[in-house]
Design a protein around this ligand. Structure first.
Ligand code: FES
Length: 280
């Protein structure tokens, strides 16, 4: 696929708002606090149910949908953090439960909820507890890229200054100059279950955010982040991490080595899925 196919010069907005799965049936889903709570989950846990999330698009392979975006912000010192919504108290079947959710994320009209991340067991992780004590900064893991291993020790906070060469960066996989990635963790200090994330700083994302309200609110200076858990069977995929990706036309995408699912980090779509409830 050529660049112009992926990013038509004047239709970035259309590209970024397409793809509501079963859109006709979605009216109203995710627009109120109550809509994110599915009565079918009352007996088995907290929250979950029908959820509409923004995600990097799944373009090939067996994965059923994209991986959810983590909206980000960058502090005054350049450190990148994932936004965790404020905790609300909702009533489910007469029982009060806590849910981290904002119903009108930064004035976009989008409901951003922790439900976006409740799949593949992540719903039971410590970091998904609404009131888990975290500063929400993204921290480097051991690093899947040479530059990252040279720059960070495991646990260091990711900083925008370290992505300054994002317009040129490349490795020996795919095309250089699409964006500079890093891998890391979120809300996972001193816990057993680590939430894996990936960030990518790209001119393409910067440009697309100029035409899309949600991207403008969820990204900053071209930095996009997502929960890095394959929606197929929960492996941890990678952007430009596997030389095998080229066999599946995924050298410039996010490739899951387990069963060859491919995701496009330059195509942000809405997905509908049934989020799993947090265990009692
Ligand atoms: S493709 Fe199967 S776990 Fe990713």
């Amino acid at each position: 696929m050529s660049d112009s196919d992926k990013y038509p010069a004047d239709s970035g907005r259309r590209r970024f708002v397409k793809g509501v799965v079963g859109g006709a049936t979605l009216a109203g889903v995710g627009t109120t606090g109550a809509a994110a709570v599915n009565t079918a989950t009352f007996s088995s846990g907290k929250g979950g149910g029908s959820t509409q999330a923004y995600a990097i698009e799944n373009t090939a392979g067996p994965a059923p949908r994209g991986m959810p975006i983590i909206p980000i912000e960058i502090d005054g010192d350049g450190f990148i953090k994932g936004i965790w919504p404020e905790t609300q108290t909702l009533s489910q079947g007469g029982v009060e439960v806590q849910l981290a959710q904002v119903d009108d994320f930064k004035g976009t009209g989008i409901t951003y909820s922790q439900d976006w991340f409740q799949y593949c067991g992540v719903q039971s992780y410590e970091g998904l507890q609404p009131d888990f004590d975290s500063d929400n900064y993204f921290r480097s893991d051991a690093g899947k890229y040479d530059w990252q291993q040279e720059t960070y020790s495991s646990g260091d906070k990711l900083n925008i200054a370290d992505f300054d060469d994002y317009a040129e960066w490349g490795n020996d996989i795919g095309q250089a100059g699409l964006g500079k990635p890093a891998t890391g963790t979120w809300r996972s200090q001193d816990v057993e279950n680590v939430i894996p994330i990936q960030v990518l700083r790209s001119k393409r994302i910067e440009k697309a955010a100029q035409d899309n309200d949600f991207l403008a609110a969820a990204t900053d200076q071209g930095v996009l982040a997502w929960l890095n858990k394959c929606t197929h069977f929960c492996c941890v995929p990678g952007y430009k991490q596997s030389s095998d990706a080229a066999k599946f036309n995924a050298e410039d995408g996010v490739y899951c080595q387990c069963h060859q699912s491919v995701y496009d980090p330059f195509s942000i779509v809405q997905t509908l899925f049934t989020a799993l409830p947090r265990p009692e």
